[in-house]
Unconditional design. Structure first.
Length: 262
């Protein structure tokens, strides 16, 4: 597998630091009590399959590559807008240092929407998985390249499933896909952004989709901006697309979301 670049290493380090700080403020036992009192998680995986290409609508205030995406970032407002426009599920960026998010944004989105919600993060620690459930997430993202050795991926995947949550296992290439499937992933997210150059190449889905069993839900991530991009992903066999930047930058996010539901 391609070695993780400095940016990925930096984001993972930031995630670890944030997890440690939040663990000190909210111990695991407290999160477990909150999570146990919640209704069961919604069916994130099931929401992604349908007659049309479904859209996981993502919200994030900024990124380390693209900079600020919103001057008036409101997860609650966006969740309501995305839900009304026909999103199948929501994705909430929770990393604060580089993305301007925090786990509390999960609860803000959950308060105004019945859609399944994904905690989108550089998840590296059990505390983050428990925290996701406690704040109302129905699924978490696990990135193969950020979880080596593979035993870490298996451990976090197992914990999420114990809590009733779905897991999007994100990969970038054939080696990552093999690791995800070997770990038992039933929901794979293929990120078109190269980890070394950060260039986006939609042909990655066309290359990797034939390697994914038909019972595994396939999510195409990054670089989907137009209806043509969405049609291309649907033709390649994607079940869903995860879209963030195109929605956050759109003058009319609801119209853009409907455009991508092909």
């Amino acid at each position: 597998m391609t070695a993780a670049p400095n940016l990925l290493l930096r984001l993972v380090a930031e995630s670890r630091a944030e997890a440690e700080a939040r663990r000190a403020a909210m111990p695991v036992q407290h999160l477990e009590r909150i999570a146990a009192a919640l209704p069961p998680p919604r069916d994130f995986r099931g929401a992604l399959r349908g007659d049309r290409l479904t859209v996981i609508a993502e919200m994030k205030a900024r990124t380390p590559v693209m900079g600020r995406l919103s001057d008036d970032y409101s997860p609650g407002r966006l969740a309501g807008l995305y839900s009304a426009a026909g999103a199948a599920a929501l994705s909430v960026l929770c990393q604060e240092t580089s993305f301007g998010g925090r786990p509390e944004h999960l609860a803000e989105a959950r308060a105004v929407s019945d859609l399944p919600v994904l905690r989108k993060d550089f998840t590296v620690d059990e505390h983050q998985v428990l925290e996701a459930r406690a704040y109302g997430a129905d699924a978490v993202l696990l990135i193969v390249a950020a979880l080596e050795p593979s035993s870490r991926l298996r451990a976090l995947l197992g914990l999420a499933r114990e809590l009733g949550m779905d897991v999007v296992v994100e990969v970038h290439d054939e080696a990552g896909l093999a690791a995800a499937l070997n770990a038992g992933a039933t929901l794979v997210g293929v990120n078109h952004r190269d980890l070394t150059t950060f260039q986006v190449d939609l042909s990655v889905t066309e290359r990797l989709r034939p390697l994914v069993p038909p019972d595994v839900v396939y999510v195409a991530e990054s670089g989907i901006h137009t209806a043509e991009d969405a049609f291309r992903m649907r033709r390649a066999g994607a079940d869903a697309v995860l879209v963030g930047e195109a929605l956050m930058r759109a003058a009319d996010p609801a119209a853009k979301l409907r455009e991508l539901s092909v």
